[in-house]
Design a protein. Sequence first.
Length: 325
Amino acid sequence: MIRFSRKALLGLVCLLSFAANTSPSAAADYPNRPVKWVIGFAAGGPVDIVARIMSQWLSDRFNQQFVVENRTGSGGNIAAAAAISSPPDGYTLLFVAPNNAISTSLYKKLPFDFLRDTAPVASIMQLTNMFVVSNATPAKTVQEFIDYCKANPGKISYASSGNGTSVHMSAELFKAMTKCDMLHVPYRGSALAFPDIISDKVQLIFDNLPSALEQVRGGTVRALGVTSPQRWPTVPDVPAIAETVPGFESVGFYGISVPKGTPQEVIDILNKAVGEALKDPKLVARLAEVGGIPKPMTPAEFGKLVAGETEKWRKVVEFAGVSVD
C-alpha cells in the first residue's frame, strides 16, 4: 500500500483543485482584455472592410475591443506568421481567406505549415471575385477582352493584392485557360492598386467583390464578369466568366483561425459569437452590401473547408505553372 503524508495529500488536493478550476474560469471571463485581429492586407481593401464590420459587432457583443491590425505583405503570409507565433490564448486572431490555402503550394519556403500550426474557429462568409477593367480599356465583355488581349500580347498588365492571393490566382487561372499574355503587378492590398487601375497604368484586376463592387458603383472601373461558376446573387446583372470560359471558377471564403493550442473553450466561445452575428439582420445586410453571403460553420466544418480549399488551389497552382520562392 502506498502511503501519503497529510501534507502531501493537502498539496495534491490543492493542485487538483487549481487544475480543475483554472481552464473553465479562464474561458468564462473571455475576453477580459482587448483582442487583436491580424489581417494580411491594407486598410480599405475587401478583407479590411469585412474585418472591421465583424470586429465592431464582436466588440459590442463582448463589451471588449476587437482591434484590427493590418500586417501587409507576402500575400498575407507576414500576418499569418505573426499570428501563428503569438501566444495561443485567444487574444490573437487571424483573418483567414483563400490566400492562406493558396500559399501552401505557391510559396516554396514558408516558415510555417498553415494547416498544422493553426486551429479553425469560424467561417464568416463566401464571396466571389469580380473581373474589372479600367474605363480606358475598350473591352465591354469577357470575350471582347480576350480578343483585345490576344491582339495586344504583352501590353496588358493586371494588378493583384499580392502574390498568392485569390486575386492573383484568379488572373493566373484566366491566363492559363484563355492563353492571354498579361503581366502581373502585385500590390500590398487591392486598395493600393485601384488608383493605378483607374488611371490605366494597370488595366485590370480580379478583385474580391467587396472593394471591386464599390469601385464599379462609383463608376471608376467597369465590371466584365464574376469568378463564381454561376452569376452571383448580389450582382445578377454581371455575367459569370464561365459563361464565356467554360469551367472557370474561383469562389472565396472569409473566416477566423487562431494559433494551434488555443483552448477549445475559447474557440467555442468565438464560434458561437460569430454564429450569432451571422443571424443579425443588420450585420447580414452590411455583408450583402459588399457582396458577401453569410456561411456559418462549426470549427470542424471550417477546418474541413480550409483543407479542401488548400488541395483545390494546389491543383490550380500546378495547372497555372506558377510559384513564389
